[in-house]
Design a protein around this ligand. Structure first.
Ligand SMILES: C[S@@+](CC[C@H](N)C(=O)[O-])C[C@H]1O[C@@H](n2cnc3c(N)ncnc32)[C@H](O)[C@@H]1O
Length: 278
């Protein structure tokens, strides 16, 4: 790929999804976009690049953007954040939402659904503490294709072997051919919706807990700052923000502060809370 094509495609991706690619990632563009070129019957990468440059075919640009997303995810990813959800966040909600008996969770880049389904299974496992409660789990992603997979709740043997305890596999999954499908009851607990983190999130409403894990790593610092500001606006004053293990707000946002002793969990800085009523 020549430098001009690299720059043109990198710019397009940055604008559409926030993805920031350095020049040494040119190989990634080629390897991810060659299948798109084949799907669209282009003679090769150069012809695909020409069509992208023309910029007239929105479905092609969507395919290009989706092909460049990294959808790696697994159940109970990193384990600790979910232990902390059970031991700290859930008790906080039970105490502080006792009068309204409801709270809302947002999985803000949910990929193929393992993160929101992990939360749904945990809530189901703790159902005895939540009689009469309503817990909304809203799961969003920029990629239509990955959301379709998430909604189906179908996972390979490899995917269910990564992080999912065997007792939960037995309890909440059924074998479907060579794959495993998560229980309809768990699927119904999660509302999947297409959403680009670069756009205005206000229609989603406010949340008590936001999981925005392993997506900011793909953005450049100004985009991280912009997205963190949107998350801060949507989080209720005593809410919790989860970031991925390699992510931080340091130098990116002064609206969040790390919870001491809780790696990856952030709360709103008191004086920087949103000026919106919760
Ligand atoms: C590596 S996965 C993270 C999945 C899950 N949160 C986890 O930690 O396992 C990153 C996801 O972010 C999504 N993504 C990338 N850019 C996005 C954007 N601008 N808006 C919303 N989702 C985006 C990708 O489609 C991908 O599914």
């Amino acid at each position: 790929m020549n430098v001009t094509d690299f720059e043109m495609i990198a710019q397009l991706l940055k604008k559409r999804s926030g993805l920031s690619l350095s020049k040494d990632k040119a190989y990634l563009i080629e390897s991810r976009l060659n299948p798109v070129a084949r799907k669209w019957n282009f003679a090769g990468f150069d012809e695909l690049a020409q069509a992208i440059r023309a910029g007239k075919d929105e479905p092609l640009l969507v395919d290009v953007t989706e092909a460049m997303t990294t959808n790696e995810s697994f159940f109970f990813r990193d384990q600790k954040p979910f232990d902390q959800f059970k031991d700290m966040v859930l008790p906080h909600m039970l105490e502080h939402r006792a009068s309204k008996k409801s709270f809302r969770i947002w999985s803000a880049a949910c990929s193929s659904g393992q993160e929101p389904y992990t939360l749904a299974m945990m809530l189901k496992e703790n159902a005895n503490k939540l009689p009469g409660w309503r817990v909304d789990i809203v799961a969003t992603d920029i990629s239509k294709e990955i959301l379709d997979k998430a909604r189906d709740g179908l996972y390979s043997q490899f995917e269910v072997q990564r992080g999912l305890p065997i007792n939960l596999l037995v309890k909440y999954f059924k074998q479907a051919g060579d794959r495993w499908q998560i229980d309809a009851g768990i699927r119904q607990m999660v509302k999947f919706q297409e959403f680009n983190l670069l756009t205005n999130p206000s229609a989603l409403g406010r949340f008590d807990v936001i999981f925005c894990r392993n997506v900011l790593i793909y953005f450049d610092p100004p985009t991280k700052t912009e997205v963190l500001a949107k998350l801060a606006d949507l989080l209720v004053d005593d809410g919790f923000l989860y970031l991925g293990g390699a992510e931080t707000v340091l130098g990116m946002s002064d609206r969040f502060q790390l919870m001491p002793g809780h790696r990856g969990i952030y709360r709103l800085t008191t004086e920087k809370r949103a000026k919106v009523a919760s």
